[in-house]
Design a protein around this ligand. Structure first.
Ligand SMILES: Cc1ncc(C[n+]2csc(CCOP(=O)(O)OP(=O)(O)O)c2C)c(N)n1
Ligand SMILES: [Mg+2]
Length: 335
């Protein structure tokens, strides 16, 4: 079925916002010499976009270390994300989390996560909450091809299937875990081949084509929402840049391979399809690109002008409600 004009606009606006956040924002973080790694998801925009198009603020997602795209697609404000990356108190998490700890519960964004596969059980837990409380919400667990080989993922897939939880396991297979090619560590040809072992449907889609992701995600999200249980959706994609900002030069992959995937750029493919078909005009797409560019300039300015957190804020938002005076004096915290 042809997509509504509003949906097409949302898909492109989301993808170009992610692309601009990664390409404009990440170098700025480096220039400010903030410590910690930052991972660009440029090239992978079609996956979070095509999936989150089917989710509302009430639904949940669990993300990864490469999670800016997930946040943006789930509705987190890029301005607050930029301030978070800059370590400012106006950031989505008061500047105390950084790139790998962006969470926004008002958007059902359970958090980017520096521990590979660790947000999968969070998403499964959220799906369990939804089922027990009859909330009708769906959870999506995003994870990479490297994470696909972590034990916790298998426990989660098993339990989610046994309990028929409303969760989608979405593998972003970008071909590498750091510098390790996927074929080196995967016992099967495709991550989605493992789905039958957990008695759930598995789908393998072109993760550079937002229409393909959108269609498959529509099916698995609807299945979860209807109470029919989990699915495994594998999206084949590629990161245009290194594993982190420090991963350069990329000695483990060839220029030819990079060019092959660059030609499949999801934004370019979208444009090449919708303009000739008369669904959107080139000018409309250009305007969305410019708006995203402008948004990033404003986000960088906002972040730059925001204060760093006060040292005393380190005692806020912690789990243990221990008397702050005693903590400040360095009192023994044995409980
Ligand atoms: C439990 C754990 N093991 C190892 C690491 C180090 N590490 C960070 S990212 C990464 C590779 C993850 O690859 P993949 O899941 O394919 O995600 P991608 O980086 O390709 O998006 C590794 C091994 C970690 N952060 N956590
Ligand atoms: Mg990977």
């Amino acid at each position: 079925m042809p997509l509504e004009r509003e949906t097409l606009i949302w898909l492109y606006r989301t993808m170009t916002t992610i692309r601009h956040f990664e390409e404009r924002g990440i170098p700025e973080v480096g220039q400010r010499a903030l410590s910690g790694s930052v991972h660009s998801s440029a090239g992978q925009e079609a996956v979070p976009t095509g999936v989150c198009a089917h989710l509302s603020d009430d639904d949940y997602i669990g993300s990864t270390h490469r999670g800016h795209g997930h946040c943006i697609a789930k509705g987190v404000d890029p301005k607050l994300m930029m301030a978070e990356l800059f370590g400012r108190s106006t950031g989505s998490n008061k500047g105390k989390g950084g790139s790998m700890h962006i969470a926004d519960m008002s958007k059902g964004m359970l958090g980017t996560n520096g521990v590979v596969a660790a947000s999968v059980p969070l998403a499964v837990g959220a799906a369990l909450t939804s089922k027990l409380k009859k909330l009708g919400r769906v959870a999506v667990a995003f994870f990479g091809d490297g994470a696909a080989n972590q034990g916790v993922l298998h426990e989660c897939m098993n339990l989610a299937s046994v309990w028929k939880l409303p969760v989608v396991f979405c593998c972003e297979n970008n071909g590498y875990a750091e510098s390790t090619p996927v074929e080196y560590g995967l016992s099967v040809a495709n991550v989605s081949d493992r789905a039958p072992a957990y008695n759930m449907p598995g789908f393998l889609v072109d993760g550079m084509d937002v229409f393909a992701v959108y269609e498959a995600a529509g099916e698995v999200v609807a299945r979860a929402r209807a109470g029919d249980g989990p699915s495994l959706l594998e999206c084949r994609t590629y990161r245009f840049y290194g594993h982190t900002v420090f991963d350069n030069p990329l000695t483990y992959r060839t220029k030819e391979e990079e060019e092959h995937w660059r030609a499949l750029d999801p934004l370019k493919q979208f444009r090449e399809r919708v303009v000739p078909e008369g669904l959107l005009t080139a000018e409309e797409l250009d305007q969305m690109d410019q708006a995203a560019e402008q948004m990033m300039e404003e986000a960088i300015k906002f972040a730059d002008e925001s204060p760093m957190p006060e040292p005393a804020e380190i005692y806020e938002d912690v789990y243990v409600n221990y008397p702050i005076d005693q903590m400040k004096r360095g009192t023994n915290m044995a409980v």
